[in-house]
Design a protein around this ligand. Sequence first.
Ligand code: CAA
Length: 385
Amino acid sequence: MHQGCVDLDLNETQLLVQKTAREYATRVVAPRAAAIDETEQFPREVLKGLADIGLMAINVPEELGGAGAGVIAYALAMQEIARACASTAVMMSVTNMVGEAVARFGTDAQKEHYCPRIASGECLLGSFALSEPDAGSDPGGMRTTARRDGDEWVLDGAKQWITGGGYAGLFIVWARTAPPETSAKGISCFLVEGGAKGLKIGRPEDKMGIRGSNTVPLEFDGLRVPASALLGQENGGFKIAMMALDGGRIGISSQALGIARAALVESITYAKQRTTFGVPIASHQAIQWKLADMQTGIDAAHLLSMRAAWMKEQGKPFSKEAAMAKVFASEMAVRVCNEAVQIHGGYGYIRDFAAERHLRDARVTMIYEGTSEIQRVVIGRTVLA
Ligand code: CAA
């Protein structure tokens, strides 16, 4: 059982990060979101702008170039950016996750080389290359290998669903460094730079939602990295993935929250303007109940996300809490966005309104960084422990 009390008051730093993200989301990101979705255009300038205002390495220490603003600030910023554009938000989330993993598990040389570059946007995106065509929920079953050859590691294999992979300056790549029967105990991770020889970037996926977010398969064909590219201990990579994903799940719950909030705000505006039977549809109890359930779900998800962020910030174990926040927020977001479409009626089903985009964008939050089913596995194990 969780002990302690979540502090719901935001401190000055958290308020500043939230305000900065909100202002940028409203002024820069939101006006471009429909076009980013429609054209699948990679929002390079928008992402560069995020780095310029310190949002690409929010929980990376200041001495490494990050904002050093903590986990709650990161969650709040993600909510704001996702409210405007879920595609932009997921690339921001993964980049923050990669920067944080290097800051936490890297050698001094790795930290000093990569963290400031990620924070400044010189290395515009970080990518997390764990999943494979046949190993998503079960990364212990991965087949990509890394073989030691003198002072180098040689990587061969394939990865799938790599967010931002077509534009990443830095990949964290997981590979087998011991025979398959060692499963999770025989996996290591490596820092691979974008443009490395032997790295082949595949065709971007044609996705249902987050269409502005670049998602690609990768192939490694005898890709060589120096021995110094190993992140953490040899054969210690699986735990790094799990720990990074625990934090990443706070990011995705925040993304889901942001999308749901956008859908609710647009539904309220529409419900006040649209009339049926001589009155705004907001006057009908059928609509009021929908709005009430939407707001309640959003608030509940917010509290779960803030609890997980607060526990991580306090240095407490938070895997279960992050999984609870992620599964609840993502499923809530899909319900809320579905109701937003319903409230908009026919207008919810066409691209002139954002409701349909929110529903398409929300759906993936139940899949990536661990499906809803995997979150329930994580929660269920602790409930039974
Ligand atoms: N923190 C630290 N260590 C952890 C951990 C955690 N959260 N979870 C597991 N471990 C450790 C275990 O303690 C164990 O260590 P020992 O060998 O020392 O005992 C080791 O890791 C293996 O753990 P399990 O036996 O529990 O591993 P498992 O194979 O049964 O898997 C799982 C557990 C929770 C199902 C895990 O496989 C999982 O989370 N799967 C989902 C993967 C996922 O989220 N993929 C998303 C892809 S990335 C993505 O989507 C990014 C993007 O681009 C958007």
